[in-house]
Design a protein around this ligand. Structure first.
Ligand code: CU
Length: 213
């Protein structure tokens, strides 16, 4: 009696086994990175990512996915050109768009797939300068992008309310703190990366500067 119960439990465990081998890869779905707008010759912020599935829609690991720039390939491109799906059936690559290519298409496929997936990506020239309004109590825009060696100008709203531009993160050395209540402040950024800053006087008054190539 006891033995039979143990046998039944074992059989149940086998039926619930989630490690059943997947079927053959049959489909490929975009999971991240489509339709981004960024800047020439800078890696898109989100890697391109696909999931390979079997006929029941379960992910298939170990499938080699080939990434190809199919239009707009003057420079830049995908890296790596091939990647293998992980345990979750996901394969990724990074992509950048070369100068003067405003619209790039990238296909993702694997051997035997009937219809590749297509990613559409967009780029423009990075701004060489940018402006931020210092309001009461906000930075507008809160998130700013500028090309390396470019200058960001913060302009205080009339009214004489003191605010600070205090950098808390980003490539070292961080710019010195600014404390003023009127006029403008220019800061030139040379190192590529994202800087975080805030006003130490007013909670929730914060912003970022992203410096691109
Ligand atoms: Cu403030």
């Amino acid at each position: 009696m006891r033995l039979r119960a143990a046998g039944a439990a074992l059989l149940l465990a086998a039926c619930n086994d989630s490690t059943t081998p997947p079927g053959p890869p049959i489909d490929l779905l975009k999971t991240a990175g489509d339709a981004q707008s960024w800047y020439f010759d800078n890696p898109l912020p989100t890697p391109l990512s696909v999931m390979v599935t079997d006929p029941s829609g379960d992910p298939v690991p170990g499938v080699v996915v080939t990434w190809t720039v199919t239009s707009g390939a003057t420079s830049g491109g995908v890296n790596p050109a091939q990647s293998t799906t992980n345990a979750s059936g996901i394969a990724t690559t990074t992509d950048s768009i070369g100068s003067l290519t405003t619209h790039q298409t990238v296909s993702a496929t694997f051997t035997g797939l009937a219809g590749p997936a297509t990613f559409n990506e967009f780029a423009t020239a990075p701004p060489t300068s940018a402006g931020v309004t210092v309001g009461n109590n906000f930075f507008n825009p809160a998130d700013t992008v500028v090309q390396a060696a470019g200058t960001v100008t913060w302009t205080w709203n009339p009214g004489g309310v003191t605010h600070t531009i205090t950098f808390t993160s980003g490539p070292a050395p961080l710019p010195a703190e600014t404390v003023q209540g009127t006029g403008t402040k220019d800061i030139t950024f040379n190192a590529v990366g994202t800087y975080g800053y805030h006003c130490t006087i007013h909670a929730n008054m914060s912003g970022t500067v992203t410096v691109v190539h």
